[in-house]
Design a protein around this ligand. Structure first.
Ligand code: HSE
Length: 302
């Protein structure tokens, strides 16, 4: 038996919702091929597309470690044998939920090989554990949309309380990944523990406005609301040309522009594909002028 599972990249935070909002895109994404074998145990058969950066040791690799965790939870780790082929189609440490996509694909694959003993909701906590292994913190704002699709709200982490939000039809993401390394672990350590009440008020007004905008498909309200006064000012320092890219995206007509996850990828959230594409192209052109290599992905929020 073999299953092949694709899990998509995700844009965590959705600009103003640090650790509580995230959305999935059509591409890029990662794939897992999982083969049922007779010898019990979880093994990595191969990893491609990672430039040799991910461990092949099944105890150290996040995907296999999560698969083992699930088998242990089900009490069948001594009976079941699987081999994993991990095919990475997106860069690691890019802010696109690369480790989340792999983990979600791996857990979804083992669950389907076993005949779906767990629902998606029940799989989610195992995905969150994968995130904790990958970056030291168990946030769900990448794994939840990677598993469930669309836009998700993590109302609470303890216990997990995830709500799927409506996706306005014309919402597109123009994503640019400037090829610099920003590990999530480092990008989280930078953030200040304390915030000013006035900034907190601005931020929760924006989050509430964004949620209302999504329910109403009110693009003006979405645009007014997608601003981050808490995290972006600190993290933007790690991203070359951040404020120039922001100006370019807004001039191109994007509804909003900000950091994807913990960066360095940036996202121009736009109404319609054309604006997203144009914003991403202009940003890439600027980065080329600055001699910074980049990758671009344009996709509906999905
Ligand atoms: N919410 C997380 C962060 C996403 O911003 O650190 C990173 O994966």
């Amino acid at each position: 038996d073999t299953v092949r599972v694709f899990a998509p990249a995700t844009v965590a935070n959705m600009i103003c919702g640090f650790d509580i909002l995230g959305f999935a895109v059509d591409y890029p994404g990662d794939e897992v091929l999982m083969h049922r074998v007779t010898a019990p145990g979880v093994r990595i058969r191969s990893i491609t597309g990672d430039e040799g950066r991910l461990p092949l040791d099944a105890d150290k690799n996040t995907v296999s470690a999560c698969v083992k965790m699930l088998l242990e939870h089900l009490g069948i780790s001594r009976e079941i044998g699987v081999e994993i082929e991990l095919i990475k189609h997106m860069p690691i440490g890019s802010g696109l939920g690369s480790s989340s996509a792999s983990t979600v694909a791996g857990l979804f694959a083992i669950n389907s090989l076993l005949g779906n003993p767990l629902t998606k909701e029940e799989l989610l906590p195992f995905c969150v554990e994968g995130e904790r292994l990958a970056c030291g913190h168990g946030h769900a704002d990448n794994v939840a949309p990677a598993l469930m699709g669309g836009i998700t709200l993590i109302r609470g982490h303890h216990p997990l309380d995830v709500i799927k939000l409506p996706v306005p039809e014309e919402l597109y993401a123009g994503i640019v990944f400037p090829k610099v390394d920003v590990p999530t672990r480092d990008a989280r350590q930078l953030i200040k523990e304390k915030v000013l009440l006035k900034d907190a008020v601005t931020q929760w007004g924006n989050i509430a406005g964004l949620i209302a905008g999504l329910y109403e498909s009110d693009y003006g309200l979405i645009s007014r609301s997608m601003h981050d006064v808490l995290i972006e000012p600190t993290r933007a320092i790690l991203i070359p040309e951040f404020y120039v890219m922001k100006q370019i995206a807004l001039n191109a007509g994007a509804l909003s522009f900000g950091i994807s996850g913990s960066g360095p990828s940036v996202v121009a959230v736009s109404r319609g594909k054309e604006i997203a594409e144009n914003a991403a192209n202009l940003i890439q052109q600027h980065l080329t002028d600055c001699e910074i290599d980049s990758l671009k992905y344009v996709s509906p929020v999905n």
